[in-house]
Design a protein around this ligand. Structure first.
Ligand code: GLU
Length: 489
């Protein structure tokens, strides 16, 4: 019988969820969706010292925003729950008891100070510290107040196949008597995730590279339980933009929900996350969710670190914005939280500039149609369109920082805008084409370069660093507004 694939994402609610965390959700999700398998979400909340209230809600909202739906877990339920580790303490105790019964787990009698003394002793002897070298001969019975340790009965070499990293192997020095259950009664990650993956019938464990050095220990524990391990895959690190160190908060490893607030589309975020460490072997860069599901494979995940490049994310975001229909874009810009706005949400309430509140839907859609190709994120909208809704504020720095415009005297600039005003005023038919024609005529008439004349008209009309095409902008603003702004330059 063929087993169906069951993958999982097992976040710890210890803070915000950054790009590295979400990639560790995306890849197992892709595999499950591709293979008609099941994707499970499990909350690993046994580290009470690092627990952050509210973090879980943010993780769930982020996954939902990205469309990484889970079949079992919080907000869904499922056959193998509970899906919060803190609600599974009895299960871990029962599994621990089987190890105690086999003589493969024992109570740790030492105080933290004693363990530190062993470490110091090992360091003085220039030896790697291994707890098992100090294993007590006659440990006391475990009463639940001491840490419970795993006993590595038979330290040996393990070899295993990681579908991403290849053939791996580690000697007995990688094995030790690690803690299964802490003195506070909560299991360690090392123990709990093995129990849960087994109980939840996980077939593929996909997680960050930071776990790779612990895998021999996990293998020794699987063996102690008589279990066949699932496929164990580690994903390459995500590196800072300089490619030299792991991405940290300082390098822009911000919360994925901040990107949402910044107006990055979920399609772009998903595409970007997938591209960090994976490609399909071609030059293709833009992948839809369905294409990712179709093309993803663990064997094409790269071994070496994947560079985090925020510029690339912005580029992808712009690409995805262009692909939306105008109505879809309009909805996303106008009502980003969708019909879930009652929930606490990382989405802005609207991306329109405040002055757009009075404008009609029809006018806003026409503005949006012009801006669509220039938006990198939805949050760029106010800067790119505000002057369609209210009189812009004069900002002379736009002229002073423009090499070409700076060369003209204020008088010359005013004369140019007066000429532009008069010749556009004479235009009876106000369409993008006729306006373009008139602007071209103006170039000849004034013997100016487009870099000067068109830039100056753009600034006089918008007082913004960017705008959609000039003729389209003037056409939509209307003749009256255009002339008024040129006249008051
Ligand atoms: N709770 C672990 C983490 O957030 C999960 C690692 C795993 O996927 O097993 O890093």
């Amino acid at each position: 019988m063929m087993t169906t694939i069951r993958t999982r994402f097992a976040p710890s609610p210890t803070g915000y969820i950054h790009v590295g965390n979400v990639r560790a959700a995306l890849f197992p999700w892709l595999l499950a969706r591709q293979q008609g398998g099941t994707f499970i979400l499990r909350i690993e909340d046994t580290d009470r010292a690092r627990f952050v209230p509210g973090a879980e809600g943010l993780i769930l909202d982020t996954l939902e925003w990205l469309g990484l739906d889970w079949d079992e877990g919080p907000r869904r339920g499922g056959e193998y729950g509970p899906y919060h580790q803190s609600e599974r303490l009895e299960i871990y105790r029962a599994w621990a008891q089987t190890l105690i019964d086999k003589g493969l787990a024992y109570a740790d009698p030492y105080t933290p100070e004693q363990v530190q003394a062993f470490r110091d002793e090992a360091r003085a002897a220039k030896k790697a510290f291994l707890y098992r070298d100090y294993r007590p001969e006659n440990p006391p019975a475990w009463d639940g107040t001491q840490p419970l340790r795993f006993k590595v009965a038979n330290p040996k070499r393990y070899t295993w196949h990681d579908p991403v990293m290849g053939e791996l192997s580690a000697g007995p020095e990688a094995l030790d008597d690690f803690i299964l259950i802490k003195a506070d009664g909560y299991p360690t990650y090392n123990f709990a995730h093995i129990v849960d993956d087994a109980e939840m019938h996980i077939t593929h464990v996909i997680r960050g590279l930071e776990y790779i050095s612990s895998i021999p220990r996990y293998l020794s524990l699987y063996e102690a339980f008589g279990l066949t391990p699932p496929v164990l895959a580690c994903l390459p690190h995500i590196m800072a933009p300089d490619g030299k160190k792991k991405l940290g908060k300082r390098d822009g490893a911000k919360s994925v929900s901040d990107y949402r607030t910044d107006g990055i589309l979920p399609e772009a975020m998903l595409n970007f996350l997938a591209s960090m460490g994976w490609n399909d072997g071609t030059e293709q860069e833009i992948f839809s969710r369905d294409e990712l599901i179709e093309k993803f494979s663990l064997s094409r995940v790269q071994k070496s670190g994947a560079r985090f490049d925020e510029k690339r994310l912005l580029w992808m975001s712009g690409q995805w914005i262009r692909r939306l229909s105008l109505d879809d874009l309009y909805t996303r810009v106008s009502n980003p939280a969708g019909n879930r706005s009652s929930k606490q949400s990382a989405a802005a309430s609207t991306y329109w500039p405040p002055a757009a509140a009075q404008a009609s839907e029809d006018y806003k859609k026409r503005v949006l149609a012009l801006a669509q190709d220039r938006l990198k994120t939805l949050a760029d909208l106010p800067q790119l369109t505000n002057y369609f809704f209210e009189e812009p504020t004069r900002d002379d720095s736009l002229i002073e920082t423009n090499k070409q415009l700076k060369k003209l005297s204020p008088g010359e600039r005013q004369a140019l805008m007066r000429t532009a005003h008069d010749s556009l005023a004479a235009l009876t038919d106000w369409t993008p084409e006729s306006i373009q024609q008139r602007l071209n005529d103006l170039l000849e008439k004034t013997s100016q370069k487009p870099g000067i004349l068109f830039s100056l008209v753009r600034i006089a009309i918008t007082w913004a660093p960017f705008s959609p095409q000039l003729n389209d902008t003037l056409a939509l603003l209307g003749k009256e507004t255009t002339l008024k702004r040129l006249a008051s330059f």
